[in-house]
Ligand binder design. Structure first.
Ligand code: FES
Ligand SMILES: [Fe+2]
Length: 387
């Protein structure tokens, strides 16, 4: 369709070219003064069948399995033996920091008869399969087999857990399940988003009965601030005022708070985004990293079905373990959660709207360019995958 073919974002560039806090704030003042916002070059029409087709979802999951994707922040696995087990793009995995400090990823299936050797998260030097008790070190090696005389041909050396590519970079743990299909692109080449010294001060998982893309879309534009967040974000932010940048297939959307006005009288060199702007980084395809005062959220959207998404959220901060700042952060998160519940309602509404059959496409306007850009990239990547 024509709008898709001509869709281009005029700001595509590498992460090194993201604007400084000072330049972003100057642009925001310009928008406030002129009652404007950033706009893309064209709108995007996404066919509703792309949210409803099982074949399309399978292709999206297959794409997720060919890329380096964020599994969790490094701070979620601070000590040797710390592990997280969960499905990623439909595949059960366990990611663990070994006794040597290295983070490794494995398919979460015993090499005897396939039962999962880990669930949830915890800390261990040895994973013991609950079925017959085969045990594995946190480096994946098969350590012991009860009554091993029953397996006269077993070679322990080649029956360790099956590894998955894993690397730790800039405070994030990435995994890649299969061979890349996109040539030389390195999806882990990202700005350094996680400050040193961060720890996880809260983590939570919830499910939403909606397609993962509908859920993602709600985070990538400020056009809905007044309507959806009338008594939460709108009184302290701005309606439809964002700065949208793109780098590679990713985006960064700046949502200013009205407190930014306090910077007008300060020298530009003292302008800082902390406490004045929420940055939402969309790391293509399914990761959102958002900044809040003195903390940040790393969110991973796992598509579980056409109408079911699991969200994993890690809240990170480098603040002290007790004290006023931590208290203020947790209070701020309650406020953010109230806004997130409002998003949830409209996302569920959009999911029901698909069933109505009213729309052949969902239209993302000029203010929603980060979403159009996401769909353009996804369409392109799926075409590459199919060819
Ligand atoms: S399936 Fe794991 S020990 Fe048998
Ligand atoms: Fe929202």
């Amino acid at each position: 369709m024509a709008t898709q073919e001509v869709f281009k974002h005029d700001e595509s560039r590498s992460s090194a070219a993201l604007m400084s806090d000072q330049d972003i704030i100057a642009r925001i003042f310009d928008h406030i003064d002129n009652k404007t916002t950033d706009v893309g070059q064209s709108s995007w029409k996404e066919p509703t069948k792309n949210y409803q087709s099982a074949e399309r979802l399978d292709a999206e999951l297959a794409l997720l399995r060919t890329r380096w994707v964020v599994f969790c922040p490094s701070a979620a696995l601070p000590k040797s033996g710390d592990y997280i087990a969960r499905d990623t793009a439909g595949i059960p995995l366990v990611v663990v920091r070994g006794s040597d400090g290295k983070v490794r990823a494995f398919r979460n299936a015993c090499r005897h008869r396939g039962v999962q050797i880990a669930t949830g998260q915890g800390c261990t030097n040895v994973f013991v399969c609950p079925y017959h008790g085969w045990s594995y070190g946190n480096d994946g090696a098969l350590r012991s087999v009860p009554h091993k005389e029953g397996f006269p041909d077993l070679n322990k050396e080649n029956r360790g857990l099956v590894s998955v590519d894993c690397l730790e970079k800039n405070g994030l743990v990435f995994i890649k399940q299969g061979p890349s299909t996109n040539g030389v692109k390195d999806e882990t080449d990202l700005p350094d988003l996680i400050p040193d010294g961060c720890r996880v001060i809260k983590s939570e998982t919830f499910e939403i009965e909606a397609n993962w893309k509908l859920h993602l879309e709600s985070a990538l534009e400020g056009y809905h601030i007044r309507s959806t967040h009338q008594t939460t974000f709108f009184p302290v932010q701005y309606d439809n005022l964002t700065v949208v940048e793109s780098f590679d297939q990713n985006s960064r959307i700046a949502f200013p708070y009205q407190a930014i006005e306090g910077l007008r009288d300060k020298p530009k060199s003292a302008w800082s985004s902390n406490g004045r702007i929420t940055f939402v980084y969309h790391l293509f395809p399914n990761i959102i990293i958002s900044t809040f005062p003195d903390c940040m959220q790393v969110v991973i959207l796992e598509p579980l079905g056409l109408e079911l998404t699991r969200q994993h959220m890690f809240l990170l901060s480098d603040c002290a373990e007790e004290g006023k700042i931590l208290h203020a952060i947790l209070e701020g998160q309650e406020f953010a959660k109230a806004g997130a519940m409002e998003d949830r309602e409209v996302v569920l509404g959009a999911q029901r709207g698909l069933k109505s059959g009213a729309n052949e496409f969902l239209e993302f306007g000029l203010f929603e360019s980060a979403i159009g850009r996401f769909h353009a990239a996804l369409t392109g990547e799926l075409a590459n995958l199919a060819s």
